[in-house]
Design a protein around this ligand. Structure first.
Ligand code: 8YV
Length: 321
């Protein structure tokens, strides 16, 4: 590429990232932050060398295959890249980068918030307060699930899973985990490894999903596996909505089979299953895991580090393929 590379930026990025883009790239941006259809995306990508994209633009194989030939790199503003068909990108010679590490702490904080918010029925409690139903102290009312000393099963012990484990240890929880591979002892920090995730389920007073969405993890927590959890378990999801079957979770929250859920992600966001709204034992957040000023800045900068490296002919600092 001679001169500044032409970059398509699909969503608004933090101000200092916008400034860096304006300085270093010939950019097509989206100042009104509208969500583009695939057709609009493909049209705007014409003549671009790379795209700074996000999970709001699905890029399955048929979209990757229709990208203009000029597009040689994708930098997604996310650690998750399930929205991109990576083998299709690789096949077309398109390099993909993501934003690991910089969002671990913010996301683990939200996982802990979901865990505590669910366990202590925070949604129901705040509703009681805000709707004028707080008339007197109730010795046996607004009781949640005790956290200290309980077993937490972490599905996916990558960087975010480990950051959650660190927090949960501070709450004296006993950590169990399933991961494709067992961790080295220095990373495991005494957590109990379960090679078979189904074998872990009966030991999960709490279960948290911190794994990527893949063909293996899609709908992992379905009706049959909910039955393998202890009665009254608490579940947390800050990963991707489709790793659980929302209909099965909603049924289990209604019956009390699952005592409470803390969810930051849903199937078909933002058109999540509205049945969740009727559940006092569901603590719900609108996908804010990485939503701190510092984290979003760092994510934007890492996207540009990936792209700068790519255009300098160097390996991306956070490559996917
Ligand atoms: C963001 C995320 O909400 O990184 C991810 O995979 O889901 C979150 O950090 C999102 O990607 C913002 O674009």
């Amino acid at each position: 590429v001679s001169g500044k590379p032409k970059l398509l930026v699909t969503r608004l990025t933090p101000p200092n990232v916008e400034a860096r883009i304006a300085r270093d790239y010939d950019a097509v941006t989206n100042p009104d932050d509208v969500i583009w259809s695939t057709a609009e995306l493909l049209k705007k990508a014409e003549g671009c060398d790379a795209i700074l994209c996000s999970p709001t633009e699905p890029m399955p194989a048929d979209v990757i295959d229709r990208l203009p030939d000029s597009v040689k790199a994708l930098a997604t503003f996310s650690v998750g890249y399930d929205q991109i068909d990576i083998p299709a990108a690789t096949k077309r010679g398109i390099k993909v980068g993501n934003t690991p590490e910089v969002l671990d702490n913010a996301t683990a904080d939200i996982a802990m918030l979901c865990l505590l918010g669910a366990a202590r029925m925070a949604h129901n409690a705040t509703t009681v307060l805000r709707t004028g139903q707080w008339k007197r102290w109730e010795p046996t009312g607004l009781l949640g699930v005790h956290v200290t000393g309980k077993r937490l099963g972490i599905m996916g012990m990558g960087r975010i899973g480990r950051a959650l484990a660190k927090r949960a240890r501070g709450f004296d929880m006993e950590i169990h985990y399933h991961n494709r591979n067992r961790l080295d002892p220095d990373l495991e920090q005494g957590a109990v490894y379960h090679a078979d995730p189904e074998e872990m389920l009966p030991q999960c007073d709490f279960i948290s999903f911190n794994c990527p969405l893949t063909d293996q993890t899609r709908h992992f927590l379905n009706a049959a596996r909910i039955e393998m959890l202890p009665q009254g378990a608490v579940m947390v999801n800050t990963a991707r909505g489709p790793v659980v079957d929302d209909n099965a979770v909603i049924a289990a929250l209604k019956s009390g089979r699952i005592a409470a859920a803390g969810l930051d992600v849903f199937e078909d966001e933002p058109n999540f299953n509205r049945a969740y709204l009727d559940l006092p034992n569901a603590f719900l957040l609108p996908h804010i895991g990485s939503a701190t000023v510092e984290t979003r800045d760092a994510m934007g900068n890492l996207c540009l580090d990936n792209l700068d490296a790519f255009f300098a002919g160097k390996p991306m600092p956070a490559p996917v393929n």
